[in-house]
Structure formats: C-alpha cells, structure tokens
Design a protein around this ligand. Sequence first.
Ligand code: DGY
Length: 311
Amino acid sequence: MKPDLLLVGNVSPRMRGRLDAEFTVHPLPDEPARANFLAETGPKITACCTTIGLTTEVMDALPNLKIVSSYGVGYDSIDAAHAADRGIIVTHTPNVLNDEVANTAILLWFATARKLVAYDRYVREGRWEREGAAPLTASPQNRTVGIVGLGRIGLAIAERLGVFGATVVYHSRSKKDAPYAFYPDLVEMARACDVLICITPGGPGTRHIINAEVIDALGPEGILVNVARGSVVDEAALIKALQEGRLGGAGLDVFEEEPKVPSAFFGMDNVTLQPHVGSATHATRQAMGDLTCDNLSQYLKDGTALTPVPE
Ligand code: DGY
C-alpha cells in the first residue's frame, strides 16, 4: 500500500504525476471540510508536499507526519524548529533557483534605475512623439551595491555585479569567507551604498530590518531591491519615504501581504513591481518541482532527505 501524503497548494501536472506514483495523495481541503478531513485522514498522513507553507495547526493535526517537502528555498511559512522538535524532516529546494533569482535582482535594479516602467508608459501614451526625447536617468554603472544576506543567491548576485563595475559590500548575521566588505551595521552599509539588494531569509529574525532609518541612510538617489520576503521591508516606511522623495526608487518582487499590494505604489514611476516571480521560469520551476519530489522519494528509500533545511 502506498503511504498517504497531504498536498498543500497547487502543483504542476508533472509533480502531481510523480506524487501519485509513490503516494496516495490527499489535497488539503478548505474550511469547513478541513476539520473533518484532518480528524479522519490526519492520522494516516506520513508525508506532506507543500507549495505554500504549512501552518502549525495543520502540522499538529498530523500525529504521524515524518517529512514535509516544501517547494521553494524560503521556508519561513513553516515552523521548522517545531517540526524538528517533533522529529519531522523539513526539506526545501536550494541552489536550483540561484541564477534565476539573481537575474531577477539585477533586472529589478536596472528596470528601476533606468526607469523602464516610466519609459514604457512614455512610448505607449504617445508622449515620445508629442513631447520629444524622454528625460535622462542616473547610470547604474560603477555603483556601490550592498547585498543584504550573502547566502547562495546573494553570492550569485555579487558575481553578476562585477560586470557593471560595482563595488560589492554586504550585511549578514556573520562575516562570510567572501571577497567583499562586510558591514555588521546595516544603517552604516546603507549610508555607503547607492543600491541595496535584499535576499535574506524571511521570518521573525529579519522582520522589518529595512526600516525608515535604513531607507533614509540609502537616501534620495538610492534604490532598494527586494527579492527576499515582503516581511523584510517595513512597507509603510518605504511608501512614506518614496512619497516624500527620501528614496530614489524601489524594485519589488515581494510584499508584506501577498497577493495584496498597496495601491500607493501603483502611481509611482520610480517603482517596479512584480508578482513574486523571482524564480518563475519554466525551467527553474520544473527543477524546483523535481527536487521537491526527489526529497520525498529519497525519504521513502532510506528515511533521509537530499536537501533538508539547515538546523
Ligand atoms: C522561494 O523559493 O522561496 C522563492 O521565493 C519562490 O517562492
């Protein structure tokens, strides 16, 4: 008999095919059916595959759960410490999305610095023909760029920055073995930077680390890029700074209340918005899906996992 797996969120047909081959798959129903489902089926479930995290309430309704395989590198929507206490393995999908997310960070920076959104509008609205050449922008060449979180993706961003003559500096919890200047103090780093790129993990430890003080230190010519988690940036402080001209611009892939995005951003030409698509290409999402399933297959084979989350 196949083991029972709880499926949380939507998966591609390819992923669903792989899950069905090895497990009896139970999609998590919405309320009001959820409570009954968990009471009746919860005790049978030994594995979980999720694309949108797992609440502790649902996790704790699964007394025999052994593994949660999460699609994505960030796992802030799963209480991994609680899972570890219960002896549950949590896995994620590191590395396979490094290049895609790093490319997205550069894209958002350049789109914001070179006013891609404003220029696109300028052309579509016929203003080029009516008003002539569009206004110039500052150059992104030879800038000081601060990376907030020098993990795998942060390093992939840093590698790309060399091409643009950037001076790369970074802030993270601890100094890394990397050829870039380390700033233990984020405000001090922001003061030295033209651009800040956030790629630090989400969760309580990094909530609102980009606050009004950091934004003011970055200043009216500065650009903030966030490809990490919405929770990392104090969005209200960011909006206020943009409205008051205290920050030059922002390139944002993530938001505090996704998929809700504050409408205050919509009228701002110096802001580039994306619907959390940093890793969203066919190839990368397929690789993430494959690794999510590979972790489950490995667990069935020998009780271990390929890419468990760090302790
Ligand atoms: C991740 O993998 O954490 C990305 O944000 C995509 O969800």
